[in-house]
Design a protein around this ligand. Structure first.
Ligand code: SF4
Length: 205
């Protein structure tokens, strides 16, 4: 049985795809793992359809979670249209739906070839975008995106646009081998785009 939704620390996490346009040096899925600290088996042999995912949600007491988080073993925004459909369906059925967050690499507009940020309004409460570095060179070295430096530009542009439609937009970096100056540079960059920086502690593989 594949894991579409799973619980972690009071939140409900959602796994809709393995696909990703990056190959981050630290990514569990790029390093041969099929699970994470959150759940054992996250590798999807097939991507669940939207109806299948909805049925999985509806087996749960959704109002009891502090948050619903679309993350994934891959990049969840490959499934942007399905995420938004699911949120609409859930909002119709659950009067007190918890806040909805997407953890993303910020490449949705690049991957999908259109600006999706307007569609997030009223549906997505929080975006957490991986920043991963304070310069394009560092970013490309760490995340190894299919589109090279264009992915850095796309991620920044996505953040700027999303900050106008989503109430809370965070950019995250992992605090590993970072100097205070680099963290300051990341914070300045995030704030210039209308986001705020969240520094996450490093969890060894
Ligand atoms: S963006 Fe996320 S899913 Fe994609 S390779 Fe990096 S860590 Fe893995």
């Amino acid at each position: 049985m594949e894991t579409i939704t799973y619980e972690y620390e009071g939140a409900l996490y959602v796994n809709l795809t393995n696909r990703c346009d990056c190959a981050c040096v630290f990514c569990l899925r790029c390093n041969g793992h099929k699970g994470s600290i959150y759940a054992d088996d996250l590798w999807l042999e097939h991507e669940p359809g939207r109806e299948e995912a909805l049925a999985d949600f509806l087996r749960r007491d959704l109002a009891s979670y502090r948050e619903i988080v679309f993350c994934g073993f891959g990049e969840p925004m490959y499934r942007t249209d399905d995420i938004l459909w699911l949120v609409d369906e859930l909002k119709e059925r659950v009067s007190a739906l918890p806040p909805v967050r997407i953890n993303t690499n910020g490449h949705a507009n690049l991957i999908l070839g259109r600006d999706v940020t307007g569609d997030l309004a009223g549906r997505i409460d929080v975006l957490s975008i991986s920043l991963n570095g304070s310069t394009p060179g560092e970013y490309v070295a760490v995340t190894r995106p299919r589109d090279g430096a264009a992915a850095w530009d796309a991620m920044l542009d996505f953040t700027r646009r999303a900050a106008k439609t989503v109430p809370t937009v965070m950019m995250t970096i992992v605090n590993k081998d970072k100097t205070p100056d680099e963290i300051d540079a990341c914070r300045t960059l995030a704030e210039r785009l209308g986001a705020r920086l969240r520094v996450r502690e490093y969890i060894p593989d």
